[in-house]
Design a protein around this ligand. Sequence first.
Ligand code: SF4
Length: 361
Amino acid sequence: MVDTVDICELNMDELTEALKPLSVKSFRTAQIYDWLHKRGVLSFQEMTNIPLSLREELGQRYRITVMEAEDILISKLDGTRKYIFSLYDGNCIEAVLMRYKHGNSVCISSQVGCSMGCRFCASTIDGCVRNLTAAEMLAEVYRIGRDIKERISNIVIMGSGEPLDNYDEVVKFLRMITDENGLNISARNITLSTCGIVPGILKLADEGIPVTLALSLHAPSQEKREEIMPIAKKYRLNEVLDACMHYYRKTGRRLSFEYSVISGVNDNVTEAGMLAGLLKRFKGASRGGRDGAFHINLIPVNPIKERSYRSPDRSTLMRFKDTLESEGINVTVRREMGRDISSACGQLRRRYIENAGSGSD
Ligand code: SF4
């Protein structure tokens, strides 16, 4: 099964090429692609307008990536759904559906685990197990769309993994999910979150896929950033901000700076002032649009049992926000979706693995 080629990994040109030896006509190829990428079928048998003999032939040569939902938690408050998907090799990942007035947004994982080591994150505790393929990332979106029988309009690549550490597969995913032959989701409705892999940011700026870039900033100084995010030692703060500026100039997409607010670590007003100073250069770069060149997204940190970080109290958080706003900066505090099923990024998966482990012996 696993030895066969994953047909969902092939874009339209590659599929056309691959089906030539089977003398498949172009309209048939389009039908097959439609079944795979618009309707998200789980087997060739579901392709009811494709001749049975061709379906069988396809089944012998190819496989279709299927995300098995091991668990789905559904919020009674806002309909948020958290999924644990198992993969063909026994690994598992998390994905989240958030329902907003403007549409359905899916947060996907790009790797099994992560090697970046951010101190507040549960996804990185066991390192990176492997990269996800483009087909697996597509399958996260398709599976959720199929589950709710509604269109997915927005995607955030913000689950476990550093997307720019899995660059080629993530870019392939972006090309296929924005393809008019597939779900045709606008690049403007996609956000890619990175901890600041400078070469990846610079390269992405030239791909012609103007997704929104969200930088995990989390600190107003090099020293503090190194304390929270080990990757900051490799890619220094100034270098990362230069790369973000390049991305903004190249794509015109408003930048999002993510700041996990951690009690007693990075949440005082002096640090808010430093943060405003640090990002001043982006105010100057603004092309004059209503929203400016960037905004800051404050995320009260979600405690994880392996670390001692706590989220700040409400008044400290509001003081931090007010200080930024008094400097004329656009600030939002991330609304916690699915509060009643809440768990920090990566925690659900850890809990699932731990439970599976304790159940197996
Ligand atoms: S926050 Fe993102 S980049 Fe950092 S360790 Fe977690 S998954 Fe990796």
